[in-house]
Unconditional design. Structure first.
Lengths: 345, 106
């Protein structure tokens, strides 16, 4: 029996729109918790293009994906949102109390939320590991092929092969090498995206003969009943190397999937959630959808659109959270009460 | 206009008149050439517009940038003449270019 987290709003997704929603809600004294499957905030901006310049954020002739996320995190600091990273929402149950919307939401990590409104800011969907283009790999998934390491101890004494060249691949190479029977890192080229200090540490281990590095691409998997016995790697000069392997961890990037939100009883239109353009509410009162995940006539998948949608949705959320309070429109430039909330007055 | 031939993984070829300034990926999408998916719309963020550049043109087309190499790590069966077609700008020097698509995109 786990504790129930009671708050005003649960925001599904901590990308740029989920983050800005905290601001708009916070100005109206509405508290929010955010759930995101990634280990950090920023969604597509920090996961797919942290270094790439964005040219169409109003007020910013040029800003990087990560730069925008950092600014948003700073902007919402006064409202102290609570983040739940590495988790995905699962079930949603309406628990209508006093006629107003109320929902119980569970996550895949065993948490339960009790909220008056839900803002789905899921963007393109949850980031899930991408399946590498290796024939027959699905037969081994969950048994000897894993896309994330949960319990390190399960890798002790194993012949481990890690595929990839980024931080995930190098971090796990360094973490698992000491407990593996033998660890082999496979990468398409001898140039790594990962942090230089991780790459140096890996090269030292290779130089000392404590692990192997093969430059090539995985061409074949050999095994039975879901248990791998070896992987074959084709090196760039065409030769094939067979490596004993009972645990394969491929890091091939992430892809986006809508996930359990698809089972919440919302009208869906090609994996997008239709909303009205006054409050961006779905067909279920109290559930809103903002950002790339929603759909309405004329919708543009722009960050600036998501910002606008969050601002309007917050107005309706206020009526659910404070049904007896009057909502007076105020400007941050002139309202002392807003400025006090922002900590600038 | 620049002539580009797209050869699919079954060997079928389609010749396209590509506009200067567009990309090899955009010319494929605009002309309904199959097997080029371009999930990210040309942002060099997905590796699903992967092509093999014809031998005669590899020097003229050039090598991938660092950013493109990072994305090619996620592509299927990358070869020395692999490029992400959203990063190849159509120029007059590419007239007569042939690109082949792999059997799988991502």
């Amino acid at each position: 029996m786990n504790d129930v987290i009671e708050t005003d709003v649960l925001i599904v997704g901590a990308g740029p729109i989920g983050l800005f929603a905290v601001f708009e809600l916070g100005l109206l004294d509405i508290r929010a918790h955010l759930v995101d499957i990634l280990p950090k905030a920023g969604g597509q901006c920090s996961e797919l293009y942290p270094e790439k310049p964005i040219y169409d954020i109003p007020g910013f002739p040029i800003v990087t994906g990560q730069g925008l996320v950092e600014n948003l995190e700073k902007q919402i600091e006064p409202f102290h949102p609570t983040f739940h990273f590495g988790e995905m929402v699962e079930s949603l149950t309406p628990t209508c109390v006093d006629g107003g919307p109320r929902f119980k939401i569970t996550t895949d990590n065993g948490k339960t939320f009790d909220v008056k409104s839900v803002m789905i800011a899921a963007g393109g969907g949850s980031f899930q590991p991408k399946r590498p283009p290796i024939a027959g790999i699905d037969a081994y998934e969950g048994k000897s092929v894993f896309y994330a390491v949960r319990k390190m101890e399960e890798y002790r004494g194993r012949d481990i092969v890690i595929v990839g060249g980024g931080d995930s691949a190098l971090d796990w190479t360094l973490n698992l090498q000491p407990i593996a029977k033998r660890l082999t890192l496979v990468h398409r080229r001898d140039d790594f995206r990962a942090a230089p200090h991780s790459v140096n540490a890996m090269r030292e281990l290779v130089g000392a003969g404590n692990m192997d590095l093969i430059i090539g691409q995985t061409s074949k998997l050999t095994g039975a009943d879901g248990q791998l016995s070896s992987v074959t790697i084709k090196t760039n000069d065409g030769t094939e190397k067979e490596v004993a392997c009972d645990r394969l961890i491929p890091f091939f990037g992430l892809t986006m999937k809508l996930g359990p939100v698809a089972n919440w009883g919302l009208n869906l239109h090609e994996n997008l959630v239709p909303v009205d353009t006054e409050k961006f509410e779905t067909n279920v009162p109290g559930i809103f959808a903002v950002g790339d995940i929603n759909h309405y006539p004329g919708k543009l998948k722009l960050i600036l659109s998501g910002f606008h949608e969050a601002a309007l949705a917050a107005q309706k959320v206020h009526r659910y959270v404070y049904p007896d309070k009057k909502l007076t429109f105020q400007y941050t430039t002139s309202s002392t009460s807003l400025q006090k909330k922002l900590g600038v007055a | 206009m620049v002539k580009i031939t797209y050869v699919d993984s079954h060997g079928a070829s389609r010749e396209v008149e590509a506009e200067e300034g567009s990309t090899v990926m955009e010319s494929a999408i605009r002309n309904s050439v199959p097997e080029i998916v371009a999930e990210c719309g040309g942002a060099c963020a997905c590796a699903t517009c992967h092509v093999y550049v014809g031998e005669e043109f590899t020097d003229i087309v050039g090598r991938p940038s660092q950013m493109e190499e990072d994305m090619l790590d996620f592509a299927y069966e990358v070869k020395p003449n692999s490029r992400l077609s959203c990063q190849i700008k159509v120029r007059p020097e590419l007239d007569g270019l042939t690109v082949t698509t792999p059997p799988q995109q991502g």
